[in-house]
Design a protein around this ligand. Structure first.
Ligand code: ADQ
Length: 489
């Protein structure tokens, strides 16, 4: 059964049946303010926090997250937020060395590239692995301290693949859900990982494993069957492991549609969008928005724009590609190198085609505020979202939600989870083909207003159907049906 977006978050309380949610994610939902307000907490941004903060506040519970560089001697348990209903934030202090080896190391130099099919970028290091194990164990101890037997424990993402099993050892009859926000790769790729067994066994400590799309379910089941020798029921999507049944399901994550539509409909946002276009001399606007990550395919995108300008000289002077890239993982060498590659490409393309009155590429290396971001979505003729691999990609969904005018084309990589749902309205591309992407970009720029509008309507309907609340309620509902779950339902 699928929940409807209109029910908001009201249904989750019934599904939890008054029980608490104990949530574990690397990033914290609230951070301590700096400056004169030091000591107070403010909410962080991002889809996960936006969706789960209200649930936590309504139902009560504990959210465990890291405290990088935190002093173990200081208190690490707080009630947040400061007013209204609260829940407990439990910080787990990590030393700088642990952050370097567990987070920037194993999580982001082994698991991230592996799951995104960048085998040659994988860096396998015993010391980093040992700290990954140690940090997962520290979180397991902290979570076990916080969770009562009947609570639902929900672990998030690749930072904590070992945690479900470690928790199972501490809570044999507890109910544990796990959600992976990045792709689960094909067996031939996953088997490269020296610790492949440990990672699979770790995840299988959960009762329910959630991923974004059905193809990741298939790949995960295949790995369990062939790399672990587990008995797998492919029809029911269940792994029989360690005397238990582990359900593996696709739950495509969504966004808070009303929040984006509300900002997009505000007159100030529309006037900001008009100013953006005016500043770009009313040229056709192509937009890219990403974290600066090699999985997002930014250099390949720039090469496609360059190819289009080579092949279609009539577009010179009348087309601007705006790339907004938010700095990310700047302590990792591959990310610093990527920034240099992009800087050079932007310089080369602008130097080659630009003149004193027009530059083909506008490159913003920063995070935009919510309204500014949505104004950029509104100002674009085409959003060019072409990751080489992406678990879902929320930017594609945000772009569609922002287009309350039902205009704008979407050029979307077929290697994103988002492509599975948006295929009817998006123009799908293979980002590894510079020529193919350039051709598709040209087609997208030439779509008639009617065609753009009918495609956008289809995509907006899909984005509404996969609202973040649907994702949340579907997972809670699935958790409530876990056989023998004595915590919920
Ligand atoms: P990310 O890799 O971070 O997420 P994505 O899903 O696109 O990728 O989310 C990025 C978020 O950051 C969006 O909400 C976007 O608005 C925001 N953002 C990006 N660039 C920005 C900028 N320059 N300024 C302001 N905001 C910016 C991981 C996985 C994805 C998966 C999500 C959720 O890699 O595949 O969709 O988790 O599960």
């Amino acid at each position: 059964m699928t929940a409807t977006p209109n029910t908001g978050c009201a249904g989750e309380k019934n599904m939890l049946d008054g029980k608490r949610l104990v949530l574990v994610s690397n990033r914290e939902p609230y951070v301590r303010k700096q400056g004169p307000d030091k000591g107070h907490f403010e909410r962080t941004t991002g889809g996960l926090v936006t969706a789960l903060d209200p649930v936590m506040r309504r139902c009560g519970g504990v959210w465990l997250a890291w405290d990088p560089g935190g002093d173990p001697a200081l208190p690490h348990r707080f009630e947040v937020p400061e007013s209204g209903p609260t829940f407990t934030l439990r910080q787990v202090p990590l030393s700088r060395g642990e952050v370097r080896r567990y987070y920037y190391g194993f999580a982001n130099r082994a698991l991230w590239p592996l799951c995104h099919y960048f085998i040659d970028r994988c860096h396998f290091d015993d010391e980093q692995w040992n700290d990954y194990v140690a940090v997962n164990r520290r979180f397991a101890d902290a979570t076990a301290q916080e969770a009562a037997r009947e609570d639902l424990i929900w672990v998030h993402d690749y930072h904590f693949c070992l945690l479900p099993r470690m928790l199972r050892e501490r809570r044999p009859r507890g109910t544990i859900a796990y959600f992976l926000h990045i792709p689960f790769p094909a067996e031939e790729v996953f088997k490269i990982l020296p610790w492949r067994r440990e990672i699979l066994e770790g995840i299988l400590g959960a009762d329910l494993v959630g991923v974004h799309v059905p193809s990741y379910v298939t790949d995960f089941l295949g790995c369990c069957e062939r790399l672990l020798g587990a008995k797998v029921d492919h029809g029911a999507k269940v792994v029989h492991w360690d005397g238990r049944q582990v359900a593996v399901q696709a739950f495509p994550i969504g966004i808070e549609v009303e929040e984006i539509e509300g900002i997009a409909s505000a007159p100030e946002t529309a006037s900001r969008a008009r100013r953006i276009r005016k500043n770009l001399k009313e040229s056709k606007v192509v937009l890219g928005v990403d974290r600066l990550d090699y999985s997002k395919g930014i250099p390949e995108r720039l090469l496609a724009v360059e190819r289009l300008l080579e092949e279609a000289p009539e577009l010179r002077g009348g087309l601007t590609f705006v790339q907004v890239a938010v700095p990310s993982r700047t302590r990792v060498q591959e990310y610093r190198h990527l920034k240099r590659v992009i800087d050079e490409l932007v310089g080369r393309i602008n130097g080659r085609f630009g003149d004193s009155s027009w530059q083909p590429i506008r490159y913003l290396y920063r995070s935009l505020g919510r309204q500014d971001l949505i104004a950029h979505y509104l100002a674009a003729d085409v959003a060019m979202i072409t990751p080489l691999r992406d678990g879902m990609n929320l930017v594609a969904k945000e772009y569609c939600a922002a287009r309350v005018d039902e205009d704008g084309a979407l050029l979307l990589s077929e290697f994103t989870g988002a492509a599975e749902g948006l295929a009817s309205g998006a123009m799908l591309v293979n980002p590894f083909s510079v020529e193919g992407t350039a051709n598709k970009l040209r087609e997208a720029l030439e779509l008639s207003p009617n065609e753009r509008s009918s495609r956008m309507k289809l995509m907006r309907a899909h984005v509404r159907d996969t609202h973040i609340n649907v994702w949340l309620q579907d997972i809670l509902l699935a958790a409530s049906k876990i056989p023998g779950a004595d915590c919920i339902g």
